[in-house]
Ligand binder design. Structure first.
Ligand code: S3P
Length: 178
């Protein structure tokens, strides 16, 4: 089963790119956070409120493994997903992981475009947001960099990425470098 996992920081465009990539490839699209919300019948913010980050991470781990697509699928994952409970290893074992890489200023730009309701950034000033991004990115980068492929998330070329993905799967999982 061909599965593509998009990983990367909040605001790196995983859902937008994921939908476009899936469309181009003729794959299904799933969003792990939406799947969690649907199954738990609660928003991500409500889960953070009632179960705190620890509770959310357990659900994230559980539903990542439960997703089991029956068709070829592009899955976009929450920004913290690869960094807990060996989730990145699970994704690498079950599909093609792609890290949409962006730097702090690009992320800050994206994340300050509209009001933030992400629990980890909500209510922060621009300066506080920059500090949080720097800190979190520093802690997370080593997990993100375990992705099979790393692409520039700011100027992502979907048609060319889609071509590379289908070649990758044609070679049936053979390790290809981008
Ligand atoms: C999180 C990112 C969010 C969501 C949750 C936690 C994180 O997803 O999973 O708020 O820890 O970076 P997006 O990356 O889609 O915003």
């Amino acid at each position: 089963m061909n599965i593509v996992y998009l990983i990367g920081f909040m605001g790196s465009g995983k859902s937008t790119a994921g939908k476009k990539l899936a469309n181009r490839l003729g794959y299904q699209f799933s969003d792990l956070d939406e799947y969690i919300e649907e199954k738990e019948k609660k928003s991500i913010s409500e889960i953070f409120e009632t179960e705190k980050e620890e509770g959310f991470r357990l659900l994230e781990k559980k539903y990542l493994r439960k997703l089991k697509p029956e068709k070829e699928t592009v899955i976009s994952t929450g920004g913290g997903a690869p960094c807990f409970y060996e989730n990145i290893d699970f994704m690498n074992q079950t599909g093609l992981t792609i890290y949409l890489k962006m730097n702090v200023n690009q992320l800050l730009f994206r994340l300050t475009q509209k009001e933030q309701n992400r629990p980890l950034l909500k209510g922060k000033s621009k300066e506080q947001m920059k500090l949080s991004i720097e800190q979190l990115l520093k802690n997370r980068e080593s997990y993100y960099e375990k992705a099979k492929w790393i692409v520039n998330g700011f100027n992502i070329d979907i048609p060319s990425l889609a071509k590379d993905v289908s070649n990758y799967f044609k070679k049936s999982g053979e390790i290809t470098k981008r």
